[in-house]
Every structure is written in structure tokens, then in C-alpha cells.
Design a protein around this ligand. Sequence first.
Ligand SMILES: N[C@@H](CCC(=O)N[C@@H](CS)C(=O)NCC(=O)O)C(=O)O
Length: 245
Amino acid sequence: MKSLACLMAVCLIINVPSNAAARSKNKMPNQPIKVYYLPPSPPCRSIIMAAKVIGVDLELVLTNIMEGHHMTPEYLKMNPQHTIPTMDDSGFILWESRAILAYLANAYGRDDSLYPKNPRQRAIVDQRLNFDLGTLYVRYSALYLPMLFRGEEYDEQKADQLDEALGWLNTFLEGRAFVAGDNLTIADISIIVTITNLEAFGYDMSGHPNLTKWFERTKKALEPYGYEEVDVAGAKVLANFLKKD
Ligand SMILES: N[C@@H](CCC(=O)N[C@@H](CS)C(=O)NCC(=O)O)C(=O)O
């Protein structure tokens, strides 16, 4: 197992100011929401961008999973599953990035555009989030995590399975600007981190034209909310890791 120690030698706390300007006070958290994170971690990147879109402040707690900071008794008490991201909103603890995205949008969203209240519209967002959790990210992980962390070779069969999932995503995007409809939702913010990794890894997505158009559109939509500094920067760290193999 390689080490990302250069990136995470210490645990520190970083305040990420948001654009919370026009927010009524009762919609703001009492104190910044803590998120235990690591910069290159894809699910952590989605939380940071979503918080910026929503306009809610985060207190980011750098958590070095390569050095076991997620296995301390304190961390395990908070999250027995020992994953990052983990959120602590004034004592309300939550993990699983897509659940955190939904919570932030529900609790602090200016309106319901990121996570619609309409049952059918919300169901489509949920379907995309579940597709991401259960299919897209799983197939991405099956191909790339062994290459990233165990130095294994590119596996054509796993690549075909990932490409099949990208093909499904391409089909979902037929006639839609964003993955769940006409506007950006938390599903786009969850899915883009995987697609950003694929771009950084040099994966050829040109066979999926709806997907590549959506990718450019969503990059633009997230540009003011840390797309380059958070998402691309994290993906580049992983890509460098890949190239060292
Ligand atoms: N489905 C979870 C995945 C979380 C996850 O596996 N995070 C990785 C880092 S990207 C992690 O915490 N690994 C350490 C561990 O599982 O012990 C989510 O979206 O939050």
C-alpha cells in the first residue's frame, strides 16, 4: 500500500467560507458544520462543492486515513464504519456522502432545486444517486482502485463494465441538461467527481457524447463553487499517484 503521507502528514482544521449572503438566520447552522475529510477523496470533494453551492460554512477536519486517523477510538465512536466524509452538524453525525448531500440540501438549501420536494422529481434524483453509489462508483472503483493502491494492471474486462455504466449515464442524459432534469441537483455533484477522475486519468469518454456535453455544462455550473480548486485538484493528486505505477 502506498502512502499519501505528503498530503496528509497532519490533522488540521480549515474553515471554508461559503457564499451564505442572502440566507435567513433560521436556515443557517448554529456553528460551522464539521466534515472529516481528505482533499483527494472523491466523496469528500462532492460535499465541499455542494456546501459551497448551498452556501453553508464547513469546518474541514483533515483526516489522514493512510495513517489510521479514521481508526482511533474517538473516530470509531463517531463513525463505526470509519469512512470519510463524516459530518458533524452540532452533534448530528452522518456519513455516506450522498446522504450528507441530501441532508445539507434539505436542511440549508435556499430552495429545493438541488433536491426537489416533488416526489417524482426527487425519485429521479434518488435513482441517479443510487446508480452512482451502486453501479458507477463501484465499477470505477473495481477498475481503478487496484491500479491506484496495489499497482495492478489495467483490466480490459473491468474497463468494459465501467464503460457500460458510462453508456447508461449517457442514455439518462438524452434530452436532459443535467442528470436528473433541467437543472443542477445533488446527483450531478455526486457523479461529477468520478467523471473528473476519469478525465484526469486520461479515460476516453468521447464515445458518450451526451455525457461529455453534460460534463462541460456541469463544470461551468460548478466553476464558482470550487470545481478547479477542489475537484480537479483532488483528481490530479490521484492521477499522479496512478502514473507513478
Ligand atoms: N460510499 C461512501 C464511501 C466512503 C469511502 O469509502 N471513503 C474512503 C475514502 S475515499 C474511506 O473512508 N476509506 C477508508 C475506510 O473505508 O476505512 C461515501 O460515499 O461516503
